[in-house]
Design a protein. Structure first.
Length: 571
C-alpha cells in the first residue's frame, strides 16, 4: 500500500501538469470548504427541523384529542339534560298524583297528552302496581294488563327508585328507552309510573355536535350495543367490533383497531344510564393535518438547504478566488526574488569575468602602443602602412572589448550615474539616427508621437541611450520587412513615460515572464540574453519602472516610466 502511494505521488508530480495540479488542489479545497459550510449550517437546521417535527406533532395530536374530548363532553351534558328533564317530568307526575288518580285511564290519558305536548319524544305512559301488572295505560299501543314482574328494569326500579333503560324494541318494535319512577300509596303499597321515550332526539343531539368530515359519533351501552346509528359500525342495537376503553367519567382518548384499521377515539361515560358517548375518526385522517404541516416543514427545510448550499458555493468561490489571487501574487513576488537573485549571481560572475578580461586587454593595448611607437621611429617601408592598419584594428578591438567589460561591470555593480538635465525626445532621436541605416534598408516605418512640451528629467544620458537602443533593436528584429514601430512620449505624474511598440511576432505569456532574466533569449543563433536584463537593471537603478505587454502575432509594447528627479524612486 505504501509503495502504491509513493508511485501515485511520483506519477502526479512528474506526469500531471503544474497548472492542472494547482486547479485540482483548489477544487479539492473548494469542496472541503463547501462540505464544512454545509455541515455547520445544515446540521443545526436539520436538528431544528426534527425538534419542530416532534413538538408540532405532539402539540397537534394533543390539540386534536382535546378538541374531540371537549366536544363529546359538551354533548354528554346535552344528553344528560335531555334525560333528566324527562325523568323529572315523570317524577313530578308521580309526586302530584296518587295511585287512584292515575288508575283512571281517562285521567292518565289527559296527563299523557299534556306531558307529550311539553316534552318531545314521549311515546306512552303506564301505571304498574306492586305485582308488576300494568293497571293503566295511555298511548298508541294496547299494552294494558302486561306483566313486567320478571323484567330486570322492574326489579331495579324497586331497588333504586328510578330507572332509565338502554334502547330496546319491546312490544313497540321501534327503538326507545323506558323511564320508570317508584312511588307509594297512602297505605304504603308501592307502584311504578313508567314512560317510554323515542330515540329520534338522540340523533338530533349528535347532529348538533357539528362533526368534522370523516368523524363518526354514536352512543353505546355498557354491553357495546349501539344506542344510536353509527356511520362506521352499523345501525341501532348493533354491536361494535372492538373492546370498550376503560370507563372514565371525565372521558379520555383511546386508539381502537377494527379489521386492522386504526381509529382515534374520544369517549365519555354516563352515570345514569350507563351509556358511553364516543367520537371516532380514522387514524390516518387524524394525522392529515400533521402531514400537511410536515410538508410545509419539509419545504422550509429543503428551501433552507438549497439557500445555504447556494450561499456556501458563492462564498467559497469568492474565498477561493481571493486565495488564488493571493497565491498568484505570492508566486509573482517569489519570481521577482528569484530574478533578483539571478541578477545578483550573474552580476558577481560578470564582475569576475570582466576583471579577468580587463587585465590581458590592458597588456594588449600597451603592446599595440609600443608597436606604434616602434613603427613611428622606423624607416617607412611598404609594410609600414599595413602594420599601422593592423595595429589600429587591434587597438579598436581592445577598446570595443573594454566597452563590453565596462557594461558588464555596470550590470554587475552599482556605478554612479552621471546625472544631468536632459530631454528624452532628443535621446530617442539620437538612437534612431544610430539605427537609421537598418531602418531604411528594411523599409520599416517609424511613427513618432513625441510630446513637444515634454518635461526635462534629471538622469544619465548614456544609460538611457543604451536602454532605448536595446529595446528598439529588439523591435527591429521582431518586425518583418515593411513593419511598423511607434514611439510615444508624454508627461505623467511625477515623471515622463516612453512607450515603444511594434507589430511584430509578439511573445507568449511564458516568454514575458522570463523576458528580463539574464541569458534568456528566443534567438537561436544570435544574442546573449543580456540586453533586456541590463536595461531592466538600468531603469531600476535610475528610479524608474519598465513593463511589457504582448500577444502572439500582434506585437509587443514596452512602457518605461522615469522620474523627474534624479532621486531614486522604487516602484
Amino acid at each position: 500500500m505504501i509503495a502504491l502511494k509513493r508511485l501515485s505521488k511520483i506519477f502526479v508530480t512528474n506526469f500531471v501538469p503544474k497548472e492542472e495540479a494547482g486547479l485540482r488542489r483548489y477544487n479539492v479545497l473548494r469542496f472541503k470548504m463547501i462540505g464544512l459550510f454545509g455541515m455547520v449550517a445544515l446540521v443545526p437546521l436539520c436538528l431544528m427541523a426534527l425538534i419542530n417535527f416532534h413538538i408540532y406533532k405532539s402539540s397537534l395530536d394533543k390539540e386534536q384529542r382535546l378538541s374531540m374530548l371537549s366536544l363529546v363532553n359538551k354533548t354528554k351534558y346535552s344528553f344528560e339534560l335531555y334525560l333528566n328533564e324527562r325523568l323529572s317530568a315523570v317524577s313530578f307526575i308521580a309526586a302530584t298524583h296518587d295511585f287512584e288518580e292515575l288508575s283512571d285511564s281517562q285521567n292518565l290519558r289527559k296527563i299523557f297528552h299534556t306531558a307529550k305536548g311539553e316534552f318531545e319524544g314521549l311515546v306512552d305512559l303506564g301505571l304498574i302496581n306492586s305485582e308488576g301488572k300494568q293497571v293503566a295505560y295511555a298511548g298508541p299501543y294496547n299494552l294494558l294488563g302486561n306483566d313486567y314482574s320478571e323484567h330486570d328494569w322492574f326489579n331495579e326500579t324497586r331497588v333504586r327508585g328510578t330507572y332509565i333503560s338502554s334502547v330496546f324494541l319491546g312490544y313497540r318494535k321501534l327503538p326507545h328507552i323506558a323511564i320508570a319512577v317508584e312511588s307509594v300509596t297512602a297505605g304504603g303499597e308501592p307502584w311504578i309510573l313508567r314512560a317510554t321515550i323515542a330515540t329520534e332526539p338522540f340523533s338530533k343531539l349528535i347532529s348538533f355536535m357539528d362533526l368534522a368530515p370523516g368523524v363518526d359519533a354514536f352512543l353505546l351501552n355498557k354491553n357495546r350495543v349501539l344506542q344510536t346509528e353509527s356511520r362506521l359500525f352499523g345501525s341501532v342495537l348493533s354491536s361494535v367490533p372492538f373492546e370498550l376503553p376503560h370507563a372514565e367519567y371525565r372521558g379520555g382518548n383511546a386508539l381502537v383497531t377494527v379489521n386492522k384499521e386504526k381509529y382515534s377515539a374520544a369517549y365519555v361515560n354516563f352515570v345514569q344510564p350507563e351509556f358511553i358517548l364516543m367520537a371516532v375518526r380514522p387514524a390516518l385522517q387524524a394525522t392529515g393535518a400533521w402531514f400537511s404541516l410536515r410538508t410545509d416543514l419539509l419545504v422550509v427545510l429543503i428551501g433552507g438547504a438549497v439557500l445555504i448550499t447556494i450561499v456556501a458555493f458563492g462564498l467559497t468561490n469568492v474565498l477561493i478566488r481571493q486565495l488564488m489571487f493571493a497565491d498568484e501574487c505570492r508566486e509573482n513576488i517569489l519570481r521577482d526574488i528569484e530574478h533578483t537573485q539571478k541578477l545578483s549571481s550573474i552580476g558577481r560572475l560578470a564582475a569576475g569575468v570582466a576583471h579577468e578580461i580587463n587585465n590581458p586587454l590592458a597588456v594588449i593595448k600597451e603592446k599595440s602602443g609600443l608597436m606604434t611607437d616602434i613603427l613611428a621611429r622606423s624607416p617607412v617601408t611598404d609594410a609600414t602602412s599595413v602594420l599601422e592598419r593592423q595595429i589600429s584594428g587591434i587597438t579598436s578591438s581592445v577598446e570595443r572589448c573594454s566597452a563590453i567589460t565596462h557594461r558588464l561591470l555596470g550590470f554587475a555593480r552599482k556605478v554612479e550615474a552621471k546625472n544631468e538635465w536632459l530631454n528624452v525626445n532628443e535621446i530617442v532621436s539620437e538612437v534612431l539616427e544610430f539605427l537609421e541605416k537598418e531602418i531604411t534598408k528594411r523599409s520599416i516605418s517609424i511613427n513618432l508621437m513625441l510630446e513637444e512640451t515634454l518635461s526635462e528629467i534629471e538622469s544619465d544620458k548614456g544609460q538611457l541611450q543604451q536602454v532605448f537602443l536595446n529595446i528598439v533593436s529588439n523591435s527591429l528584429e521582431a518586425v518583418k520587412e515593411g513593419g511598423v514601430i511607434y514611439i510615444e512620449s508624454k508627461t505623467v505624474e511625477n515623471g515622463v513615460e516612453i512607450v515603444i511598440g511594434d507589430d511584430g511576432c509578439g511573445m507568449s505569456e511564458d516568454t514575458m515572464r522570463r523576458i528580463f532574466e539574464p541569458f534568456f533569449t528566443t534567438k537561436r543563433n544570435a544574442g546573449n540574453g543580456l540586453g533586456l536584463a541590463i536595461s531592466y537593471g538600468i531603469i531600476q537603478k535610475l528610479g524608474g519602472d519598465i513593463s511589457v505587454t504582448s500577444h502572439l502575432g500582434t506585437g509587443s509594447v514596452f512602457t518605461i516610466t522615469l522620474p523627474l528627479s534624479a532621486e531614486p524612486v522604487r516602484t
